[in-house]
Design a protein around this ligand. Structure first.
Ligand code: ATP
Ligand code: MG
Length: 213
């Protein structure tokens, strides 16, 4: 991991982790990260754009450096938010468990909080080594319009055994924003203003991203 990121995160007690494709980053991601930071008293939230997302192998994903740049410009004005190329620089598909192990090695004394929307949370037990993920980090399921997080947690509790306080639900101001919808809007030449930071909107325009789906 980048020396400057390690330096910036050192000394904290609670580290939030916001993984995602961020193709592009939008206000849904930022609100989830900020609400988690505020509600759970996190010292920092580390954004980790995926390299090749294992579950998105069938879609063309925007170049990692462009996705990283959009995250970077979006979080610049929040001193608690950091971004790392940890997953981008790893070869092949990247798995959450590997990332958590690396973070745990760098910051053994910090509690890790893995922030995810309820849509992604649904898939948790299909990820590689779910029990280990839940052991290494608390999972924070941020509400997302259209997904029943309480029903989901109840079904997890029936089907799997895990320490109950390792998966927490977080109500965030509902934002029915998704990267898929933003890409589709750009493709159809519809406005994406106010769905994401303005710098990102201009960056998409300048780099002619998402003109094809
Ligand atoms: P795509 O439509 O391409 O899947 P996305 O909007 O779901 O993009 P991702 O990069 O896949 O964004 O998501 C990263 C993480 O952020 C996931 O855990 C996802 O559930 C969460 N997330 C994304 N959008 C929201 C939102 N509007 N509210 C809450 N969580 C969100
Ligand atoms: Mg998604």
């Amino acid at each position: 991991m980048e020396a400057k990121v390690i330096e910036a995160l050192k000394g904290g007690r609670r580290l939030g982790i916001m993984g995602g494709t961020f193709d592009p980053i939008h206000y849904g991601h930022l609100v989830a990260a900020e609400t988690a930071r505020d509600e759970l008293g996190l010292d920092n939230v580390l954004f980790i754009p995926t390299g090749i997302p294992p579950h998105k192998l069938n879609r063309r994903v925007t170049d990692a450096n462009l996705r990283y740049a959009m995250v970077e410009m979006s979080i610049r004005n929040n001193k608690y938010f950091k971004v790392s190329k940890l997953e981008i620089e790893r070869e092949g598909p990247t798995y959450t468990i590997d990332t958590l192990r690396i973070l745990h090695t760098f910051f053994p004394e910090q509690e890790l909080y893995f922030i995810t929307g309820t849509d992604a949370l649904r898939e948790l037990f299909t990820w590689r080594e779910p029990e280990e993920i839940i052991r290494l980090a608390k999972i924070i399921g941020a509400s997302r319009p259209g997904y029943d997080s309480y029903g989901l947690l109840a079904s997890f509790a029936r089907k799997y055994s895990f320490p109950k306080d390792q998966i927490l639900l977080l109500e965030i101001p509902a934002l029915a924003i998704s990267s898929t919808d933003i890409r589709a809007r750009v493709h159809k030449k519809k406005s994406i203003r106010y769905l994401l930071p303005d710098e990102v909107r201009l960056f998409i325009k300048e780099n002619k991203l998402y003109q094809e789906l």
